[in-house]
Design a binder for this molecule. Structure first.
Ligand SMILES: Cc1cc2nc3c(=O)[nH]c(=O)nc-3n(C[C@H](O)[C@H](O)[C@H](O)COP(=O)(O)OP(=O)(O)OC[C@H]3O[C@@H](n4cnc5c(N)ncnc54)[C@H](O)[C@@H]3O)c2cc1C
Length: 395
């Protein structure tokens, strides 16, 4: 096959890669998007819950919205429910495969060339160009790794690996009739150690899933238990499983998200909210900075790590603080046992507190709510010692 030379090669056609690719192509540069799957967007590895803010960034994907949620019913480890309900939609449920496809179409409409079914194995730096090692013979002046949690481009650039991986699993169900305007979230060490489980109404279907870490059991064993044990079993009775999805979520803050000749973005760069595992919104925010830096590097023909450092400064100044605080909140949460969580739930059940959660709660920026609650509910301060130790009260 004849060798093709592009200004930029983006590895991975998820939301972060497609967004960066589209912006670079729109600026007039040639872009190759290399995706290992022949049907980009599939298989789905996501519950498909994003904020209206996130949807506004991916405005071309508006038609992929299946449902809008105003709130959540959150269950304590003992099964006590706490209702959170805003006046307007706090989150939207998307058809994730269609969402990714519409982002890919936008990249392609902007001029990016898509190489579907092309698995990249790494990059070979060379004078002026890097060779993208894979089944398509592509060289690029700049390489962007948007290749998800186990990114091979992150490794090729010599960047840090995630601190740890969270393992997630979910199923799409039919045959349930549940309230459509709220998700359900379940906490407890037995149910979903070190994270939580969810049930999300998605119109004609319902999504159930969980993430776990540090459990002696597999994620699928935990998922199976949701159908057998209270309080989820009662809600899921009569459901028929239509499909399963599973994946990993990378947690950590990389010291650098760039190197000589390339950058990483999205899950490849651990740009994930540790409080929820949501990575679509941060990935899209960071893709904008990645594309801006790519365009100026292409214009100045300088792809040194020094020239690409502005990307890291840009995204960390917009969202790095929040992602760092979410990671601290996650660490504090995962250090609590069920009895302590139950105690916290008891405090949150106060109507004055739920009113604050309804008003300030924001799935993309949870630290503001955490700080407000700590100031409002003195009882939470006995757990705040850990927050203090980790520096979150310095907000
Ligand atoms: C169970 C579960 C539920 C989740 N639920 C939500 C949710 O509700 N909301 C939310 O915001 N986030 C959720 N997430 C996280 C979310 O899915 C990711 O953060 C998001 O997909 C990251 O986007 P990305 O573009 O960085 O990477 P990805 O979407 O992972 O895309 C990376 C792409 O790179 C491709 N690729 C990988 N390696 C190579 C290679 N070597 N060569 C070529 N191509 C390659 C992959 O096939 C993939 O298409 C969930 C994750 C899991 C596991």
């Amino acid at each position: 096959m004849a060798q093709r030379i592009f200004d930029a090669a983006v590895v991975g056609a998820g939301p972060a890669g497609c967004s960066a690719a589209g912006l670079i192509a729109k600026a007039g540069f040639s872009v190759a998007v290399m995706e290992e799957h022949s049907n980009p967007g599939e298989p789905v590895q996501c519950a498909g819950l994003i904020s209206p803010r996130c949807l506004s960034i991916a405005s071309e994907a508006g038609h992929t919205v299946i449902n809008r949620l105003r709130g959540a019913r959150i269950y304590s480890p003992a099964g006590n429910p706490l209702d959170i309900m805003g006046k307007e939609a706090q989150a939207v449920v998307i058809d994730r495969a269609a969402f990714d496809r519409s982002m890919l179409n936008r990249a392609s409409d902007s001029g990016a060339e898509i190489f579907a079914g092309t698995r990249v194995k790494g990059i070979q730096p060379g004078p002026g160009f890097s060779t993208v090692l894979g089944s398509a013979d592509v060289k690029a002046r700049l390489v962007i790794g948007a290749d998800g949690p186990k990114s091979c481009i992150r490794r090729a650039l010599g960047l840090d690996e995630p601190t740890f991986m969270m393992h997630g699993i979910g199923a799409e169900l039919r045959g349930l009739d549940i309230e459509q305007d709220r998700a359900m979230v379940f906490f407890g060490r037995e149910l979903a150690p070190n994270f939580f489980a969810w049930i999300i109404p998605a119109g004609e279907t319902t999504r159930v899933g969980l993430c776990v870490r540090g459990s002696g059991r597999t994620p699928s064993e935990h998922l199976a238990a949701l159908f057998k044990k209270s309080p989820t079993a009662e809600i899921l009775r009569g459901a028929k499983v239509e499909s399963y999805h599973a994946g990993m979520i990378p947690f950590g803050m990389l010291a650098r998200t760039y190197g000589d000749g390339g950058m990483v973005v999205g899950d490849a760069a651990c740009q994930v909210k540790a409080t929820s595992g949501g990575g679509i919104y941060p990935g899209l925010v960071c893709a904008k900075y990645c594309a801006e830096t790519a365009v100026s590097a292409l214009e100045s023909d300088d792809f040194s790590a020094k020239a690409l450092a502005g990307y890291h400064t840009g995204w960390t100044s917009e969202i790095g603080d929040e992602l760092g605080k979410a990671l601290i909140m996650y660490r504090v949460f995962s250090s609590l046992d069920d009895r302590q969580l139950e105690d916290i739930f008891g405090m949150l059940a106060n109507p004055d507190i739920t009113e604050i959660i309804n008003r300030i709660g924001d799935i993309d920026y949870p630290s503001k709510l955490a700080w407000t609650l700590l100031r409002k509910e003195p009882g939470l301060l006995k757990y705040a010692g850990k927050f203090l130790k980790h520096g979150i009260l310095e907000m």
